[in-house]
Design a protein around this ligand. Structure first.
Ligand code: NAD
Ligand code: DAU
Length: 339
């Protein structure tokens, strides 16, 4: 198979590239990535040495580039990871989220329709379901939960999902969608909670916890997400949505304290800051459908995963230090100074 992976220079896309090169060495992988602030060719260094992998720099919203690539490569499968992915940035500047996440998706859907991919897979998020209250631990997101978004980011992802399903219903395009909970693991960009807290703690900088730190996220080790997508593109039913998550709910403050413990740092680094606008309270996925249909279950426990992740950031200091020494500093000041 020849697989197009968009956004493969980002966190989950890169982990997916490595997962697929190892699991299916017979397949060809082409990565299309615009290398925005979140894309990093250093992350793909090892993949670039593999003859079954090819990197193309380009924007998914650029129709001419996308069409040229589809015409030349004749993809069997398209997996769209490319997106603006950070909720806080979407609150500062929503527009690019609409351009990349909505219009970019439409360009890819058109190309898949025009050039005939056997499967178009849209990588989506549990955030399209909005949030759940803290006092109802019995409630979970199923694939039937209504879409009810909170941030410009989640609204743009929901729009892309609806467009993807519209291309199935209207044009019979063979699509699937996955909606996953919060990922963590290697190559996670240090603007997100877990890598940001690891980097700050290692630099003895304050750890900015939003609000009271009670918000709950359902953490999944990134390789478990990659394995789920691989199962869906091979065995998932066309036109269907699959939720991915591992019943691993943690309050932010507990995650932060665990990271400090792993690093042998003191809790005095924790600083409570002004809450995120429109901050979703709790996410929790019900993964029954993917378990029953495709036999998927998470394989990495949070205890193991967080240890592996902390170790990765200790062993790969140059990777994240290069990031936080660049334009990231301006972002950090804008987002956190005086907060
Ligand atoms: P990321 O921000 O780490 O990476 C995004 C990648 O997309 C980068 O390499 C960037 O250069 C590329 N990109 C951005 N705009 C582009 C464009 N216009 N054209 C081509 N490439 C472009 O994101 P991530 O955390 O790896 O998330 C990947 C996908 O998974 C996203 O669609 C996100 O919505 C979804 N998702 C993420 C999580 C999570 O916890 N991180 C959970 C569920 C779903
Ligand atoms: O649920 C899936 C989503 O998870 C993905 O769709 C998004 O792309 C991904 O970024 C992630 O969104 P979150 O907003 O949940 O992740 P983030 O790491 O930004 O924040 C996790 C929680 O930690 C959230 O409740 C906000 C809080 N937080 C975050 C940061 C960056 C803090 O308290 N302090 C911080 O500095």
């Amino acid at each position: 198979m020849k697989i197009l992976v968009t956004g493969g220079a980002g966190f989950i896309g890169a982990n997916f590239v490595y997962y697929m090169l190892e699991k299916h060495p017979e397949d060809d992988i082409v990565c299309l990535d615009a290398l925005t602030y979140a894309g990093n060719l250093e992350t793909l260094e090892k993949a670039l040495k593999n003859s079954k992998f090819k990197f193309v720099r380009g924007d998914i919203a650029d129709r001419a580039t996308v069409n040229e690539l589809f015409a030349a490569e004749k993809f069997d499968v398209v997996v769209n990871f490319a997106a603006e992915s950070h909720v806080d940035r979407s609150i500062l500047n929503p527009e690019i989220f609409l351009v990349t996440n909505v219009l970019g998706t439409q360009v890819l859907l058109d190309a898949a329709k025009e050039y005939g991919a056997a499967r178009y897979h849209q990588v989506s998020t549990d955030e399209v379901y909005g949030d759940l209250p803290l006092d109802r631990p019995d409630l979970f997101f199923t694939e039937e939960t209504p879409i009810h978004t909170s941030s410009p980011y989640s609204a743009s992802k929901a729009a892309a999902d609806l467009l993807t399903l519209a291309y199935y219903r209207t044009y019979n395009l063979p699509v699937t969608i996955s909606r996953c909970s919060n990922n963590y693991g290697p190559y996670h960009f240090p603007e997100k909670l877990i890598p940001l807290m690891i980097a700050n703690a290692l630099n003895d900088k304050p750890l900015p916890v939003y609000g009271e730190g009670k918000n709950v996220r359902d953490w999944l080790y990134v390789t478990d997400h990659c394995r789920a997508i691989d199962l869906i593109i091979r065995g998932g039913k066309v036109g269907e949505v699959y939720n991915i998550g591992g019943h691993n709910e943690k309050a932010n403050i507990d995650v932060v304290k665990l990271i400090l413990k792993e690093l042998g740092k003191g809790e005095e680094l924790i600083t409570y800051v002004t809450d995120r606008k429109g901050h979703d309270m709790r996410y929790a996925i019900d993964p029954t459908k993917i378990h029953n249909e495709l036999g998927w279950l998470p394989e990495t426990s949070f205890d193991t995963g967080i240890k592996q992740t902390v170790k990765w950031y200790l062993d790969n200091r140059t990777w994240w230090e290069n990031i936080i020494s660049g334009e990231y500093m301006d972002y950090y000041k804008k987002m956190y100074e005086g907060r």
